[in-house]
Design a protein around this ligand. Sequence first.
Ligand code: MLC
Ligand code: AMP
Length: 503
Amino acid sequence: MNLFEHLTRNGQPHAPFLERPSGAIDTYADLRAHTARYAHALRALGVKSGDRVAVQVEKSPENLYLYLATIRAGAVFLPLNTAYTLNELDYFIGDAGPSLVVCDPAVEEGVSGLVDALDARVVTLDANGEGSLADIAATRPATFPTVARGAGDLAAICYTSGTTGRSKGAMLTHGNLASNAATLVDLWRFTADDVLIHALPIYHVHGLFVATNITLMAGASMIFRPRFDAAEVLSLFPRATALMGVPTFYTRLLAQPGLTRAAVAGMRLFISGSAPLLAETHDQWRERTGTAILERYGMTETGMNTSNPYDGQRVAGTVGPPLPDVALRIADPEFGAPVPPGEIGMIEVKGPNVFAGYWNMPEKTAAEFRPDGFFITGDLGRIDDRGYVHIVGRGKDLIISGGFNVYPKEVEAEIDALPGVVESAVIGLPHPDLGEGVTAVVATGGKGAFEEAAVIAALKDRLARFKQPKRVLFVDDLPRNAMGKVQKALLREQHAGLYTAGK
Ligand code: MLC
Ligand code: AMP
């Protein structure tokens, strides 16, 4: 069955689905009509079943309807972070070969230049849900026969950065997304009475699949905000029941004096994920509000893998037991053999949530699966005697800044290309707001005078803002170990207090 049918089976036609920032309400009947119009528009633009539809547009209800219409039409949705520069987009579009690219009108010309060599069309959609795509959709019929799709058919390709600096397109199937949403609706007890505050971006799995698909599948509704604003989100609590966010949401909410027990009285669930929630944040939240944040763990390739329980103990610093339909084991990172209970190793998972492989990268796909089908997550962890998973580090060289992943290699390659730079090491340092702050340590070989601002300015059109270093430090040479490898752990230690000193 097509994911769209799974997702919309419980939404009653007259029930609210989404409250727009203007306050206007879209019902489930509106959702069916809007997605039908967009599905017809996709067809009119030549999009066929299995085609990729690449989308880099600001968050809006229409953006969400475009996602659902793409699924409905049997095509493959390819969401792209709005922060990506044209330089970054060029790779995604070239790699995925979409037949349609939807972008903001402000970058239409630049994007059109990127698709010259492809047989692709470019249409627009802006933050208000207007643009050439919306114009085409406006006059189309309000019903559409949803295209039949099986569990193994592709629904989406989500790019996730690679350790080598090349992003990989994780292929997610209708079955992956439907099964994970169904499991989480059950586990987190979502019903038609729920009202979710949706303040996450909708180009990554957290805001797009976890938050949206669960709301839909439960027949619930959401208060849809273009971005996260702590004071505004706090003011929405009396009208809502649930919030999903990255840890930065919770640290910023804690800085609001209005966050009290009374303020959260009507909220039944606060969920955190995408990056580690500090035990300190969990404890402060409990103290201030009397509620325990439910932390879960997932990734683009797998959707959600583990979750703290709804009824049982939500333990700070853990991501809870594996989901009921996910097999999770801790293995020796190198050889894949299981490690003794309680010991640290590589987290490996298997289940209906696990993706179908990387787009056009069979070797990379093969390298990240064990012969018995377990996916190697790249996260290091252990399982305690209650069965709760603790994430203790990353086997992969990854920085998570405010819930966005940054692979140092990609940033280092850009910095190394600047004149006068001998080499660079990009590291994540503890950051009070973002969890980790992207930081570049640049080796100048003792020559040349460098300006921190000049390095950051040189990256402006090359890398998305969130990947750019918050600080650039200069050294004569990078520290190396006896094997000649740059000692990033030592750099992290030496500069640990860069963002937190004086806090
Ligand atoms: C914004 N900026 C960031 C940033 N977000 N820099 C580093 N890291 C980030 N995460 C930049 C802005 O461009 C701006 O640049 C400056 O930092 C200050 O911005 P801000 O106004 O403070 O940021 P804000 O817009 O409030 O955004 C912060 C945020 C946002 C935390 C609300 O980043 C966010 O919504 N993050 C959620 C990410 C997410 O959804 N992750 C899920 C991935 S899926 P300038 O130049 O203007 O100063 C996944 C799987 C799973 O991981 O398990 O869920
Ligand atoms: P992404 O590639 O954006 O899907 O990011 C997935 C990665 O985010 C995982 O591999 C983890 O490293 C990290 N992650 C997600 N949720 C958590 C969590 N609750 N605690 C720690 N790390 C997390």
